[in-house]
Design a binder for this molecule. Structure first.
Ligand SMILES: *Cc1c(COP(=O)(O)O)cnc(C)c1O
Length: 386
């Protein structure tokens, strides 16, 4: 047991930290439904208090080796799973810097998919967008049409668009991209991974990236990436990929289980614990739990039909994320009031994102939440909505 006796943490022991969630001003577990960051289990939080070790020593090598085996299981891959000490946006930038030669087609249906294209523009690439309305999914046939106009060397797509709650069929979209020669699939599953099925090897994703703080239910600060051989070959020839996000450096570090930079050790300790929890639950069971929570949320929206606020699920049936639901509110400007009223009762949900702020709220039913906890927040919502 460690105890901190500095002026910043007088008499703060591990045991008292495990009670943080019931400490003054804090909410009990099970009430935080933001679509990222999500709630983190106390035992996972506590793991972060372990002492520092050398990131070049044998202890680190052992940790990374053991993590790799578990990560391959949950990512359904035989490829290395790169761990980046950055937020997920860092690996979106890595996707672009390593995987785009000059011309990108960005599939845009919300705030995060839009960001993917903007990153490529900021990196000096030519970017065309395949835009559909926020709240819609991309159509594989239309994607084929756009790709046949030619000249693209990569396509970006978002699996679970956290701003709209839309789940893209990236398996079908990736299959279309694969019909074309030498065009890479760069996929963001930041709020999908951990709650929605995703299989990078089977689905032909050249780069899959996710972050720690969504359905992974870890603190923010880590991102994970799986790169295909094609992606690595492209990266090896990329002329201006920089240093920090060079995937060849990630791969070299992975070979030796010795990263090219000092990784965020504390969050990696948390990952060790959370990975064990995820493996114990099993990914199929985890996906099923998320689907159950999502379906309950959609049914609840139907049950709210008589309310003046006028609720509807923004995403169309068949294209709804199991991890986050964006609920559209018809009554003008009422959505932010609902979010505040829920907060006043001691629960947290997400406000609408970007241009959807006045007209929607979001329930992040992802990570380690249970159906019982979800039912509680939905009951609170039902009380505050007129
Ligand atoms: C949260 C999120 C991101 C950005 O992640 P950061 O960790 O904030 O950089 C990107 N894409 C999607 C779909 C997200 O939900």
């Amino acid at each position: 047991m460690y105890s901190f006796t500095s002026g910043f943490f007088p008499n703060r022991s591990l045991e008292s930290l495990s009670n943080l969630s019931s400490g003054p001003g804090a909410k009990p577990l099970g009430r935080f439904f933001l679509p990222g960051p999500t709630e983190v289990y106390p035992e996972v939080m506590e793991a972060q208090l372990r002492p520092m070790i050398s990131h070049r020593g044998s202890a680190m090598t052992e940790i990374l080796q053991e993590l790799q085996a578990g990560l391959e299981t949950i990512f359904f891959t035989k490829r290395p799973v790169f761990i980046s000490t950055s937020s997920a946006t860092g690996l979106m930038e890595a996707a672009v810097r390593n995987g785009v030669r000059s011309k990108l087609l960005a599939c845009v249906n919300g705030a995060f998919s839009k960001r993917f294209g903007e990153i490529a523009t900021a990196c000096g690439h030519q970017v065309d967008t395949y835009d559909v309305p926020w709240g819609a999914a991309h159509d594989p046939a239309e994607l084929r049409k756009r790709l046949s106009k030619g000249g693209y060397d990569a396509v970006t797509m978002v699996h679970s668009e956290t701003s709209t709650g839309v789940l893209n069929d990236i398996k079908a979209l990736a299959a279309v991209v694969r019909e074309f020669d030498d065009v890479l699939v760069l996929a963001d599953s930041v709020s999908g991974f951990g709650g929605a099925e995703i299989k990078p090897d089977d689905w032909g994703l050249d780069f899959l990236l996710t972050g720690s703080q969504k359905a992974f239910a870890l603190p923010p600060g880590l991102a994970f990436g799986v790169a295909s051989e094609r992606m690595m070959a492209r990266s090896a020839k990329a002329p201006a990929k920089g240093f920090y996000f060079d995937l060849v450096k990630f791969a070299e570090g992975h070979e030796k289980f010795s990263p090219h930079i000092t990784p965020g050790l504390s969050t990696i300790y948390a990952l060790q614990v959370q990975l064990k929890r995820m493996l114990a639950e099993g990914m199929q069971a985890r996906w099923a739990r998320h689907t159950q929570m999502a379906e309950r949320t959609w049914t609840w929206v139907d049950e709210m039909k008589g309310k003046k606020a006028g609720l509807s699920v923004l995403a169309p049936k068949g294209y709804r994320s199991p991890c986050v639901t964006t609920v559209a509110v018809a009554q003008a400007d009422v959505a932010p009031t609902i979010v505040k009223a829920v907060s006043a009762k001691g629960w947290t949900i997400g406000g609408g994102y970007g241009k959807l702020k006045p007209s929607s709220f979001r329930v992040g039913h992802m990570g380690d939440h249970t159906l019982a906890e979800l039912n509680d927040v939905l009951a609170v919502l039902a009380e505050v909505i007129e």
